[in-house]
Design a protein around this ligand. Structure first.
Ligand SMILES: Cc1ncc(C[n+]2csc(CCOP(=O)(O)OP(=O)(O)O)c2C)c(N)n1
Ligand SMILES: [Mg+2]
Length: 449
Protein backbone atom coordinates (compact mmCIF):
# COMPACT_ATOMS: atom_id res chain seq x y z
CA UNK A 1 0.00 0.00 0.00
CA UNK A 2 1.24 3.53 -0.78
CA UNK A 3 2.03 5.78 2.19
CA UNK A 4 -0.90 8.12 2.72
CA UNK A 5 1.11 11.30 2.02
CA UNK A 6 2.33 9.91 -1.30
CA UNK A 7 -1.14 8.73 -2.30
CA UNK A 8 -2.47 12.21 -1.59
CA UNK A 9 0.25 14.00 -3.55
CA UNK A 10 -0.15 11.60 -6.51
CA UNK A 11 -3.84 12.41 -6.55
CA UNK A 12 -3.08 16.13 -6.62
CA UNK A 13 -0.21 15.54 -9.09
CA UNK A 14 2.05 17.44 -6.73
CA UNK A 15 5.49 16.44 -5.51
CA UNK A 16 5.50 14.47 -2.30
CA UNK A 17 6.76 16.53 0.58
CA UNK A 18 7.57 13.61 2.87
CA UNK A 19 10.58 11.59 1.70
CA UNK A 20 9.67 8.04 0.77
CA UNK A 21 10.50 5.40 3.30
CA UNK A 22 10.33 1.75 2.38
CA UNK A 23 8.57 -0.72 4.58
CA UNK A 24 11.66 -2.84 5.09
CA UNK A 25 14.30 -0.66 6.71
CA UNK A 26 17.87 -1.49 5.70
CA UNK A 27 18.78 -3.96 8.37
CA UNK A 28 22.20 -5.62 8.16
CA UNK A 29 20.60 -8.83 6.93
CA UNK A 30 18.79 -7.13 4.03
CA UNK A 31 22.07 -5.48 2.94
CA UNK A 32 23.73 -8.87 2.97
CA UNK A 33 21.07 -10.15 0.58
CA UNK A 34 21.70 -7.30 -1.90
CA UNK A 35 24.85 -8.86 -3.27
CA UNK A 36 26.17 -5.80 -5.18
CA UNK A 37 26.27 -3.91 -1.87
CA UNK A 38 28.45 -6.49 -0.19
CA UNK A 39 31.40 -4.95 -1.95
CA UNK A 40 31.70 -1.19 -1.64
CA UNK A 41 34.09 1.30 -3.24
CA UNK A 42 34.78 4.81 -1.99
CA UNK A 43 35.07 6.35 -5.41
CA UNK A 44 32.77 5.45 -8.33
CA UNK A 45 33.92 2.50 -10.43
CA UNK A 46 32.80 2.56 -14.07
CA UNK A 47 33.36 -0.66 -15.99
CA UNK A 48 32.78 -1.66 -19.59
CA UNK A 49 34.31 -5.12 -19.68
CA UNK A 50 34.19 -8.33 -17.74
CA UNK A 51 37.69 -9.48 -18.64
CA UNK A 52 41.03 -7.76 -19.10
CA UNK A 53 41.44 -7.26 -22.86
CA UNK A 54 38.87 -9.53 -24.48
CA UNK A 55 37.49 -12.87 -23.31
CA UNK A 56 39.85 -15.45 -24.84
CA UNK A 57 38.64 -18.06 -27.33
CA UNK A 58 39.50 -21.65 -26.39
CA UNK A 59 41.51 -23.28 -29.21
CA UNK A 60 43.55 -26.49 -29.37
CA UNK A 61 44.26 -26.96 -33.11
CA UNK A 62 46.07 -24.55 -35.40
CA UNK A 63 44.85 -23.83 -38.93
CA UNK A 64 46.72 -26.91 -40.17
CA UNK A 65 45.10 -29.24 -37.63
CA UNK A 66 48.21 -29.49 -35.42
CA UNK A 67 47.79 -29.61 -31.66
CA UNK A 68 49.05 -26.26 -30.35
CA UNK A 69 52.17 -26.52 -28.17
CA UNK A 70 50.73 -24.28 -25.44
CA UNK A 71 47.73 -26.52 -24.72
CA UNK A 72 48.17 -27.57 -21.06
CA UNK A 73 48.68 -31.27 -20.27
CA UNK A 74 45.16 -31.67 -18.82
CA UNK A 75 43.53 -30.51 -22.04
CA UNK A 76 46.04 -32.25 -24.30
CA UNK A 77 45.02 -35.49 -22.54
CA UNK A 78 41.35 -34.69 -23.08
CA UNK A 79 42.01 -34.16 -26.79
CA UNK A 80 43.84 -37.47 -26.99
CA UNK A 81 41.09 -39.28 -25.08
CA UNK A 82 38.40 -38.48 -27.66
CA UNK A 83 37.30 -41.86 -29.02
CA UNK A 84 38.29 -42.62 -32.63
CA UNK A 85 34.69 -43.30 -33.63
CA UNK A 86 33.63 -39.85 -32.37
CA UNK A 87 36.41 -38.17 -34.35
CA UNK A 88 35.61 -40.06 -37.54
CA UNK A 89 31.87 -39.49 -37.24
CA UNK A 90 32.55 -35.80 -36.57
CA UNK A 91 34.59 -35.57 -39.75
CA UNK A 92 32.16 -37.56 -41.88
CA UNK A 93 29.20 -35.45 -40.69
CA UNK A 94 31.06 -32.20 -41.28
CA UNK A 95 32.15 -33.27 -44.75
CA UNK A 96 28.59 -34.33 -45.61
CA UNK A 97 27.19 -30.84 -45.03
CA UNK A 98 28.80 -28.95 -47.94
CA UNK A 99 28.01 -31.81 -50.35
CA UNK A 100 24.34 -31.65 -49.40
CA UNK A 101 24.33 -27.84 -49.27
CA UNK A 102 25.74 -27.53 -52.77
CA UNK A 103 23.19 -29.94 -54.25
CA UNK A 104 20.23 -28.37 -52.46
CA UNK A 105 21.18 -24.73 -52.98
CA UNK A 106 21.73 -25.30 -56.70
CA UNK A 107 18.42 -27.15 -56.90
CA UNK A 108 16.77 -23.98 -55.55
CA UNK A 109 18.40 -22.05 -58.40
CA UNK A 110 16.83 -24.54 -60.83
CA UNK A 111 13.40 -23.94 -59.29
CA UNK A 112 13.14 -27.45 -57.83
CA UNK A 113 12.84 -26.31 -54.20
CA UNK A 114 11.68 -22.93 -52.98
CA UNK A 115 14.36 -21.93 -50.47
CA UNK A 116 17.53 -23.14 -48.77
CA UNK A 117 20.16 -22.13 -46.21
CA UNK A 118 23.69 -23.53 -46.11
CA UNK A 119 26.06 -24.21 -43.20
CA UNK A 120 29.21 -23.33 -45.19
CA UNK A 121 32.03 -22.36 -42.81
CA UNK A 122 30.15 -23.29 -39.62
CA UNK A 123 30.34 -27.08 -39.90
CA UNK A 124 32.85 -27.29 -37.04
CA UNK A 125 30.75 -25.26 -34.59
CA UNK A 126 27.56 -27.18 -35.31
CA UNK A 127 28.90 -30.74 -35.57
CA UNK A 128 31.57 -30.29 -32.86
CA UNK A 129 28.85 -29.21 -30.43
CA UNK A 130 26.31 -31.83 -31.54
CA UNK A 131 28.86 -34.54 -30.71
CA UNK A 132 28.99 -33.36 -27.10
CA UNK A 133 25.27 -33.70 -26.36
CA UNK A 134 23.41 -36.84 -25.31
CA UNK A 135 21.05 -38.06 -28.06
CA UNK A 136 17.99 -37.16 -25.97
CA UNK A 137 19.09 -33.69 -24.90
CA UNK A 138 16.40 -31.28 -26.08
CA UNK A 139 17.62 -29.10 -28.94
CA UNK A 140 16.02 -25.76 -29.83
CA UNK A 141 17.83 -24.64 -32.97
CA UNK A 142 17.69 -21.46 -35.06
CA UNK A 143 17.94 -22.83 -38.64
CA UNK A 144 21.59 -23.28 -39.60
CA UNK A 145 22.10 -26.34 -37.40
CA UNK A 146 20.98 -29.27 -39.55
CA UNK A 147 24.35 -30.82 -38.64
CA UNK A 148 22.85 -31.65 -35.21
CA UNK A 149 20.12 -33.73 -36.86
CA UNK A 150 22.64 -35.45 -39.13
CA UNK A 151 24.79 -36.25 -36.10
CA UNK A 152 21.72 -37.84 -34.52
CA UNK A 153 21.23 -40.02 -37.63
CA UNK A 154 18.08 -38.24 -38.76
CA UNK A 155 17.15 -40.11 -41.94
CA UNK A 156 18.11 -38.37 -45.16
CA UNK A 157 14.70 -39.40 -46.52
CA UNK A 158 12.97 -37.32 -43.78
CA UNK A 159 15.29 -34.40 -44.41
CA UNK A 160 14.51 -34.39 -48.15
CA UNK A 161 10.79 -34.88 -47.43
CA UNK A 162 10.85 -31.65 -45.40
CA UNK A 163 12.80 -29.71 -48.02
CA UNK A 164 10.52 -30.90 -50.84
CA UNK A 165 7.31 -30.62 -48.72
CA UNK A 166 6.35 -34.18 -49.61
CA UNK A 167 3.67 -36.42 -48.06
CA UNK A 168 6.47 -38.01 -46.05
CA UNK A 169 7.21 -34.77 -44.19
CA UNK A 170 5.93 -36.05 -40.86
CA UNK A 171 6.71 -33.07 -38.63
CA UNK A 172 5.48 -30.18 -40.71
CA UNK A 173 3.24 -31.88 -43.31
CA UNK A 174 4.61 -29.80 -46.15
CA UNK A 175 3.41 -26.54 -44.63
CA UNK A 176 6.72 -25.04 -43.61
CA UNK A 177 9.44 -23.51 -45.74
CA UNK A 178 12.40 -25.80 -46.47
CA UNK A 179 14.96 -26.23 -43.63
CA UNK A 180 12.30 -25.92 -40.90
CA UNK A 181 13.09 -29.41 -39.66
CA UNK A 182 11.66 -30.95 -36.52
CA UNK A 183 11.65 -34.43 -35.04
CA UNK A 184 10.37 -35.41 -31.62
CA UNK A 185 12.14 -38.76 -32.01
CA UNK A 186 15.43 -36.88 -32.34
CA UNK A 187 14.57 -34.39 -29.58
CA UNK A 188 14.87 -31.59 -32.12
CA UNK A 189 12.14 -28.97 -31.70
CA UNK A 190 10.72 -27.62 -34.94
CA UNK A 191 12.47 -24.54 -36.31
CA UNK A 192 10.53 -21.25 -36.21
CA UNK A 193 11.36 -18.42 -38.62
CA UNK A 194 10.89 -15.54 -36.17
CA UNK A 195 14.31 -14.98 -34.63
CA UNK A 196 14.86 -15.64 -30.96
CA UNK A 197 11.60 -17.43 -30.17
CA UNK A 198 13.50 -20.60 -29.30
CA UNK A 199 15.47 -18.86 -26.52
CA UNK A 200 12.76 -18.38 -23.86
CA UNK A 201 11.19 -21.66 -25.02
CA UNK A 202 14.48 -23.38 -24.26
CA UNK A 203 14.75 -21.65 -20.87
CA UNK A 204 11.24 -22.88 -20.06
CA UNK A 205 12.05 -26.40 -21.22
CA UNK A 206 15.13 -26.46 -18.96
CA UNK A 207 12.98 -25.38 -16.03
CA UNK A 208 10.55 -28.20 -16.87
CA UNK A 209 13.38 -30.72 -17.27
CA UNK A 210 14.59 -29.87 -13.78
CA UNK A 211 11.42 -31.30 -12.30
CA UNK A 212 10.75 -34.14 -14.75
CA UNK A 213 11.47 -37.52 -13.17
CA UNK A 214 13.80 -39.61 -15.28
CA UNK A 215 15.33 -36.61 -17.07
CA UNK A 216 17.80 -35.65 -14.32
CA UNK A 217 20.75 -36.28 -16.60
CA UNK A 218 19.50 -34.39 -19.64
CA UNK A 219 19.89 -30.81 -20.67
CA UNK A 220 18.44 -28.31 -23.12
CA UNK A 221 20.57 -26.85 -25.88
CA UNK A 222 19.50 -23.59 -27.52
CA UNK A 223 21.29 -22.50 -30.69
CA UNK A 224 21.21 -19.00 -32.12
CA UNK A 225 23.15 -16.60 -34.30
CA UNK A 226 24.79 -13.44 -32.93
CA UNK A 227 22.11 -11.44 -34.76
CA UNK A 228 19.33 -13.17 -32.83
CA UNK A 229 20.93 -12.06 -29.56
CA UNK A 230 19.70 -8.52 -30.32
CA UNK A 231 16.12 -9.76 -29.90
CA UNK A 232 14.40 -9.06 -26.59
CA UNK A 233 13.79 -12.81 -26.35
CA UNK A 234 17.53 -13.37 -25.84
CA UNK A 235 17.59 -11.18 -22.74
CA UNK A 236 14.28 -12.50 -21.40
CA UNK A 237 15.38 -16.08 -22.04
CA UNK A 238 18.80 -15.76 -20.41
CA UNK A 239 17.40 -13.99 -17.40
CA UNK A 240 14.71 -16.65 -17.01
CA UNK A 241 17.28 -19.41 -17.32
CA UNK A 242 19.56 -17.82 -14.78
CA UNK A 243 16.84 -17.11 -12.21
CA UNK A 244 14.76 -20.27 -12.64
CA UNK A 245 17.67 -22.65 -13.20
CA UNK A 246 17.46 -25.95 -14.99
CA UNK A 247 20.16 -27.49 -17.17
CA UNK A 248 20.58 -25.41 -20.32
CA UNK A 249 23.23 -24.42 -22.80
CA UNK A 250 22.89 -21.32 -24.93
CA UNK A 251 25.15 -21.82 -27.92
CA UNK A 252 25.73 -18.67 -29.99
CA UNK A 253 27.17 -19.11 -33.47
CA UNK A 254 28.91 -15.81 -34.04
CA UNK A 255 29.42 -15.98 -37.80
CA UNK A 256 30.04 -12.26 -38.28
CA UNK A 257 26.80 -11.46 -40.11
CA UNK A 258 23.06 -11.21 -39.67
CA UNK A 259 22.11 -11.26 -43.36
CA UNK A 260 23.93 -8.06 -44.46
CA UNK A 261 24.47 -6.57 -40.98
CA UNK A 262 28.06 -7.14 -39.87
CA UNK A 263 28.69 -8.00 -36.22
CA UNK A 264 30.32 -4.56 -35.75
CA UNK A 265 26.89 -3.00 -36.31
CA UNK A 266 25.11 -5.62 -34.21
CA UNK A 267 26.71 -4.97 -30.82
CA UNK A 268 29.28 -2.83 -29.11
CA UNK A 269 31.49 -4.50 -26.53
CA UNK A 270 33.19 -7.84 -26.19
CA UNK A 271 30.82 -9.90 -28.31
CA UNK A 272 28.03 -11.96 -26.86
CA UNK A 273 30.13 -13.80 -24.25
CA UNK A 274 30.56 -10.60 -22.24
CA UNK A 275 26.81 -10.58 -21.54
CA UNK A 276 26.77 -13.96 -19.78
CA UNK A 277 28.35 -12.80 -16.50
CA UNK A 278 25.84 -9.93 -16.40
CA UNK A 279 23.12 -12.54 -16.03
CA UNK A 280 25.21 -14.51 -13.56
CA UNK A 281 25.72 -17.19 -16.21
CA UNK A 282 28.99 -19.10 -16.53
CA UNK A 283 30.30 -18.41 -20.00
CA UNK A 284 32.98 -19.62 -22.36
CA UNK A 285 34.16 -18.41 -25.75
CA UNK A 286 35.54 -20.92 -28.21
CA UNK A 287 37.14 -20.89 -31.65
CA UNK A 288 34.15 -22.16 -33.65
CA UNK A 289 36.37 -23.29 -36.51
CA UNK A 290 38.26 -25.68 -34.24
CA UNK A 291 35.87 -28.66 -34.00
CA UNK A 292 37.89 -30.34 -31.25
CA UNK A 293 37.90 -27.22 -29.05
CA UNK A 294 34.16 -26.81 -29.64
CA UNK A 295 33.56 -30.44 -28.68
CA UNK A 296 35.63 -30.26 -25.48
CA UNK A 297 34.17 -26.91 -24.41
CA UNK A 298 30.67 -28.30 -24.94
CA UNK A 299 31.38 -31.52 -23.00
CA UNK A 300 32.59 -29.39 -20.09
CA UNK A 301 29.67 -26.97 -20.41
CA UNK A 302 27.18 -29.84 -20.44
CA UNK A 303 28.73 -31.34 -17.31
CA UNK A 304 28.45 -28.00 -15.49
CA UNK A 305 24.88 -27.42 -16.70
CA UNK A 306 23.64 -30.85 -15.63
CA UNK A 307 25.53 -31.04 -12.34
CA UNK A 308 24.67 -27.48 -11.38
CA UNK A 309 21.13 -27.54 -12.93
CA UNK A 310 21.92 -24.13 -14.37
CA UNK A 311 22.54 -22.37 -17.68
CA UNK A 312 25.86 -22.01 -19.50
CA UNK A 313 26.55 -19.59 -22.36
CA UNK A 314 28.92 -20.52 -25.18
CA UNK A 315 30.01 -18.13 -27.94
CA UNK A 316 31.58 -19.90 -30.91
CA UNK A 317 33.52 -17.55 -33.18
CA UNK A 318 33.17 -18.52 -36.82
CA UNK A 319 32.47 -17.01 -40.22
CA UNK A 320 29.50 -17.40 -42.56
CA UNK A 321 31.26 -18.37 -45.76
CA UNK A 322 28.03 -18.78 -47.76
CA UNK A 323 25.29 -16.34 -48.60
CA UNK A 324 22.72 -15.85 -45.83
CA UNK A 325 20.15 -17.90 -47.76
CA UNK A 326 19.11 -18.49 -51.35
CA UNK A 327 17.31 -15.11 -51.14
CA UNK A 328 20.60 -13.30 -50.52
CA UNK A 329 23.64 -12.26 -52.59
CA UNK A 330 26.41 -11.45 -50.13
CA UNK A 331 28.63 -9.98 -52.88
CA UNK A 332 26.48 -6.89 -52.49
CA UNK A 333 27.84 -6.15 -49.00
CA UNK A 334 31.19 -7.93 -48.55
CA UNK A 335 34.16 -8.64 -50.75
CA UNK A 336 34.45 -12.03 -52.39
CA UNK A 337 38.22 -11.87 -51.72
CA UNK A 338 37.67 -11.74 -47.94
CA UNK A 339 35.40 -14.77 -48.12
CA UNK A 340 37.88 -16.67 -50.30
CA UNK A 341 40.76 -16.05 -47.92
CA UNK A 342 38.73 -17.38 -44.95
CA UNK A 343 37.74 -20.42 -47.00
CA UNK A 344 41.40 -21.13 -47.76
CA UNK A 345 42.95 -20.28 -44.39
CA UNK A 346 40.35 -21.21 -41.80
CA UNK A 347 38.31 -24.23 -42.75
CA UNK A 348 36.98 -26.37 -39.86
CA UNK A 349 36.66 -29.35 -42.19
CA UNK A 350 40.26 -29.06 -43.37
CA UNK A 351 41.53 -28.62 -39.78
CA UNK A 352 39.86 -31.79 -38.57
CA UNK A 353 40.90 -33.76 -41.65
CA UNK A 354 44.55 -32.79 -41.19
CA UNK A 355 44.35 -33.69 -37.49
CA UNK A 356 42.93 -37.13 -38.27
CA UNK A 357 45.55 -37.74 -40.98
CA UNK A 358 48.38 -36.74 -38.66
CA UNK A 359 47.55 -39.11 -35.79
CA UNK A 360 50.12 -41.88 -35.07
CA UNK A 361 47.55 -44.32 -36.49
CA UNK A 362 45.92 -42.08 -39.08
CA UNK A 363 42.13 -42.07 -38.98
CA UNK A 364 41.74 -40.54 -42.43
CA UNK A 365 43.39 -40.72 -45.87
CA UNK A 366 42.99 -39.52 -49.45
CA UNK A 367 41.46 -42.89 -50.39
CA UNK A 368 38.88 -42.66 -47.60
CA UNK A 369 38.13 -39.08 -48.58
CA UNK A 370 37.37 -40.06 -52.15
CA UNK A 371 35.30 -43.15 -51.38
CA UNK A 372 33.34 -41.32 -48.62
CA UNK A 373 32.54 -38.36 -50.87
CA UNK A 374 31.31 -40.66 -53.64
CA UNK A 375 29.18 -42.69 -51.20
CA UNK A 376 27.74 -39.56 -49.53
CA UNK A 377 26.95 -37.85 -52.84
CA UNK A 378 25.17 -40.98 -54.06
CA UNK A 379 23.09 -41.24 -50.86
CA UNK A 380 22.06 -37.58 -51.18
CA UNK A 381 21.08 -37.97 -54.84
CA UNK A 382 19.05 -41.13 -54.22
CA UNK A 383 16.91 -39.47 -51.51
CA UNK A 384 16.77 -36.19 -53.42
CA UNK A 385 15.29 -37.91 -56.49
CA UNK A 386 12.84 -39.98 -54.43
CA UNK A 387 11.56 -36.90 -52.57
CA UNK A 388 11.30 -34.85 -55.74
CA UNK A 389 9.10 -37.53 -57.33
CA UNK A 390 6.88 -37.94 -54.25
CA UNK A 391 3.51 -36.18 -54.13
CA UNK A 392 2.96 -33.22 -51.85
CA UNK A 393 0.23 -33.59 -49.18
CA UNK A 394 -3.36 -33.19 -50.42
CA UNK A 395 -4.34 -29.52 -50.63
CA UNK A 396 -6.96 -30.03 -47.90
CA UNK A 397 -4.08 -30.67 -45.45
CA UNK A 398 -3.16 -27.02 -45.70
CA UNK A 399 -6.11 -26.03 -43.51
CA UNK A 400 -5.80 -28.57 -40.72
CA UNK A 401 -4.05 -28.48 -37.34
CA UNK A 402 -4.16 -24.70 -37.00
CA UNK A 403 -6.62 -24.90 -34.13
CA UNK A 404 -7.78 -27.88 -32.09
CA UNK A 405 -11.13 -29.54 -32.74
CA UNK A 406 -12.50 -31.48 -35.70
CA UNK A 407 -14.34 -28.59 -37.30
CA UNK A 408 -12.44 -25.89 -39.19
CA UNK A 409 -12.73 -22.36 -37.78
CA UNK A 410 -14.83 -19.95 -39.89
CA UNK A 411 -11.93 -18.05 -41.56
CA UNK A 412 -10.31 -21.34 -42.58
CA UNK A 413 -13.62 -22.67 -43.92
CA UNK A 414 -13.93 -19.52 -46.02
CA UNK A 415 -10.36 -19.77 -47.28
CA UNK A 416 -10.91 -23.40 -48.25
CA UNK A 417 -14.10 -22.47 -50.13
CA UNK A 418 -12.26 -19.67 -51.93
CA UNK A 419 -9.42 -22.01 -52.94
CA UNK A 420 -11.96 -24.47 -54.35
CA UNK A 421 -13.59 -21.67 -56.34
CA UNK A 422 -10.24 -20.54 -57.77
CA UNK A 423 -9.18 -24.08 -58.67
CA UNK A 424 -12.48 -24.78 -60.40
CA UNK A 425 -12.07 -21.55 -62.37
CA UNK A 426 -8.37 -21.78 -63.28
CA UNK A 427 -7.41 -25.40 -62.57
CA UNK A 428 -7.60 -26.38 -66.26
CA UNK A 429 -4.99 -23.74 -67.34
CA UNK A 430 -1.61 -25.23 -68.29
CA UNK A 431 0.30 -23.61 -65.42
CA UNK A 432 -2.14 -24.56 -62.67
CA UNK A 433 -2.74 -28.06 -64.07
CA UNK A 434 0.96 -28.89 -63.81
CA UNK A 435 1.20 -27.59 -60.26
CA UNK A 436 -2.01 -29.27 -59.08
CA UNK A 437 -0.73 -32.66 -60.24
CA UNK A 438 2.03 -32.43 -57.64
CA UNK A 439 -0.48 -32.66 -54.76
CA UNK A 440 -1.89 -35.93 -53.50
CA UNK A 441 -5.28 -36.44 -55.20
CA UNK A 442 -4.70 -33.32 -57.36
CA UNK A 443 -7.59 -31.24 -58.68
CA UNK A 444 -10.06 -34.12 -58.37
CA UNK A 445 -9.64 -34.25 -54.60
CA UNK A 446 -10.48 -30.54 -54.41
CA UNK A 447 -13.71 -30.97 -56.38
CA UNK A 448 -14.90 -33.43 -53.71
CA UNK A 449 -14.51 -30.87 -50.88
C1 LIG B 1 12.05 -11.40 -35.50
C2 LIG B 1 12.74 -11.47 -36.81
N1 LIG B 1 13.32 -10.39 -37.35
C3 LIG B 1 13.93 -10.46 -38.55
C4 LIG B 1 13.96 -11.64 -39.24
C5 LIG B 1 14.65 -11.71 -40.58
N2 LIG B 1 15.91 -12.45 -40.45
C6 LIG B 1 15.99 -13.76 -40.72
S1 LIG B 1 17.49 -14.38 -40.47
C7 LIG B 1 18.11 -12.88 -39.98
C8 LIG B 1 19.55 -12.74 -39.58
C9 LIG B 1 19.90 -13.54 -38.37
O1 LIG B 1 21.27 -13.51 -38.15
P1 LIG B 1 21.98 -14.41 -37.08
O2 LIG B 1 21.12 -14.56 -35.89
O3 LIG B 1 23.34 -13.90 -36.86
O4 LIG B 1 22.02 -15.88 -37.76
P2 LIG B 1 22.82 -16.32 -39.08
O5 LIG B 1 21.86 -16.15 -40.22
O6 LIG B 1 24.01 -15.48 -39.20
O7 LIG B 1 23.12 -17.76 -38.89
C10 LIG B 1 17.12 -11.92 -40.04
C11 LIG B 1 17.32 -10.50 -39.71
C12 LIG B 1 13.32 -12.76 -38.66
N3 LIG B 1 13.32 -13.96 -39.23
N4 LIG B 1 12.73 -12.66 -37.45
MG1 LIG C 1 25.11 -14.42 -37.72
Amino acid sequence: MLPRTLARSLKREQPCATPLRFATAFSTSSIARLSPLTSVSHSPVFIDKVHEGTIPAFRVLDGEGKLLPDVPAEWREKVQAIPDEVLVKMYRTQAFLPLMDTILSSSQRQGRISFYMTSYGEEGAVVGSAAAWEPNDEVFAQYREVGVLLWRDYPLSSLMAQVFSSVNDEATKGRQMPIHYGSSKHHFHTISSPLGTQIPQGAGAAYALKSTPGRENNCVVVYMGEGATSEGDFHAGLNMASVLGGPSIFFVRNNGFAISTPAAQQYHGDGIAARGPGYGIETVRVDGNDPIAVYLACVEARKRAVEGQKPILIEAMSYRVGHHSTSDDSNAYRSAAAVDSIKKLDSPIFRLRRYLESLPTPLWSTELEESTKAEQRKAIMVEFSKAEKTKKPALAEMFGDVYGGKELERPLKEQKKELKRLIEKWGHSELWKKDLEKFDGGKEAVSRW
